[in-house]
Every structure is written in C-alpha cells, then in structure tokens.
Design a protein around this ligand. Structure first.
Ligand SMILES: *Cc1c(COP(=O)(O)O)cnc(C)c1O
Length: 243
C-alpha cells in the first residue's frame, strides 16, 4: 500500500510518544505490584490543535482533557458528538462557565466549592447522563492553586452526594511543578487516604485523578486510577497554559 505524505507531524510523533508512555505506565504499575489495566489515560489536549486530537482518537485514545471552555468548545464541535471522544474539564471552574461545562463535558475534575457543584447539577440537561465529577483537593496547601483543603474534603463530598445530576467519582489533585519525589509520595498518598476515608463512610468513589507527565510514577505507586498526560503525549504546548 502506498503511504500518503504526512502533512501533520502529529500522527507519527504521537504514536511513538504513546508507545513510550505505555511502557512508562506499565513499568510504574509493575513496580507498584498492580495492573496497568486499572489506569485510564486521559490525553490532555489543551494547547494542541484538532488534528492532534484526531490522531489520538485514531490511536485508540478516547478521553481528552481541556482547561479552558473557549478553547475546548470548537474542538468538541469539530470532533462531533458521538464521535467516540469523552471530554474532561480539568481547569478551574468559573461560575459563569458552568452552563457550557454542564452541557458539553462528560467529566469535571476540578470541583472545589459546593456552589459550583450545585450549578453544574442544576444545569446538566435531563436528556444527558449524570455528569461525572471529582473534587479537587489542595494537598500541597498552595495559596495560588484551586482545591478544597484536605480537612474540608469529606464535608464537601457529602454535600455533593445529594445533588441529583452529578455522579461523584472521586478525588483529583495537582502537585507543585517539579516537586521532589518525597513530596510527590506524600501528596499523592494523602489524596489516596482521603479517598479511603470517604469510601469508609459509604461514598462509592472509584477514581483517583492524579499524575501528570512529570510525576506519573509516584501517582501510580500511590494508587492513581486516572493519569492526566499532556506533554509526554503531544509534546510541548505552544503557549504553556498549565495552571
Ligand atoms: C495541563 C494539565 C495537565 C497535563 O500536564 P502535563 O505536565 O503536560 O502532562 C494535567 N492536569 C491538569 C489539571 C493540567 O492543567
């Protein structure tokens, strides 16, 4: 078969990056004595064009993470509803954007206030399945970062459990960029303990959304079930929109 010239660098580069990433995840899982099957790979596509997402879909990736509503909506439209992609909102949720998020996304990872959760529940369409959500926890106590304080996490989860149009899935955190390994283990370990506490009082949570390109090994070691990976898959972003 003749191969057509590749106009875009994405397909070839992405396939190689994905293969290397899968090896990294498999090695991390093996080191932690667990199976990589229980780990979802969320392709963080912020800062990359639709062609990159099409290439990822063709390689079997179906979960995409975006941080900005204005950047995400054209991509969601371009790939089309029913195109097989699942859309995760991983940025900070602003109250004036909840309507778009509730209407166009499948999963929201950064909920850290009851008011935001209430809006998402009220605005989720009744023709849609419930919106999957994680509560973001500020495990590192960084003033500039979103996330509920660890000691307030359980109360927020319990209040959110009563909201009819949300499906509570678990917890999410983001550690400081280039935190040393000991700090990564502490931060991710704390999120795991918070999830266990919530499960022990009867909340049916199944998701630990933790681990990015630079710290996925530590996250897998602490039980991550969902890795949010941008750079290691798609390469550097044109403008680093990392929060
Ligand atoms: C950008 C971003 C990621 C991906 O970061 P990489 O280091 O590029 O893998 C993951 N999670 C959140 C919340 C992000 O904003």
């Amino acid at each position: 078969m003749l191969s057509t010239p590749q106009i875009s660098p994405y397909p070839a580069r992405l396939a190689a990056n994905l293969a290397a990433l899968r090896l990294r995840i498999a090695a991390a899982a093996r080191a932690a004595g667990r199976s990589a099957d229980g780990i979802t790979l969320l392709a963080v596509s912020k800062g990359h064009p639709v062609e990159a997402l099409r290439a990822a879909l063709a390689l079997g990736l179906a979960d995409f993470g975006e941080n900005y509503v204005d950047e995400a909506l054209p991509k969601i439209t371009a790939l089309g509803a029913g195109g097989g992609a699942r859309w995760h909102f991983i940025g900070r949720v602003q109250a004036n954007k909840t309507w778009h998020i509730a209407a166009h996304f499948d999963f929201v990872h950064g909920v850290d206030r009851l008011r935001i959760a209430e809006r998402l529940s009220a605005q989720r369409g009744h023709y849609q399945p419930p919106l999957d959500v994680c509560v973001q926890v500020n495990v590192a106590g960084e003033a500039a970062k979103g996330g509920v304080a660890p000691q307030e996490c359980l109360a927020l989860l319990q209040a959110m459990a009563a909201l009819p149009r949300l499906r509570l899935r678990g917890l999410m955190c983001m550690l400081p960029f280039e935190a040393p390994p000991a700090e990564q283990a502490l931060g991710f370990g704390e999120l795991r303990r918070l999830l266990e506490d919530a499960r022990s009082v009867g909340l049916p949570l199944d998701t630990l959304s933790m681990g990015m390109s630079g710290d996925l090994e530590a996250a897998v070691a602490q039980g991550s079930t969902l890795l949010r990976i941008g750079t290691a898959l798609f390469g550097a972003r044109a403008v680093d929109s990392r929060l």
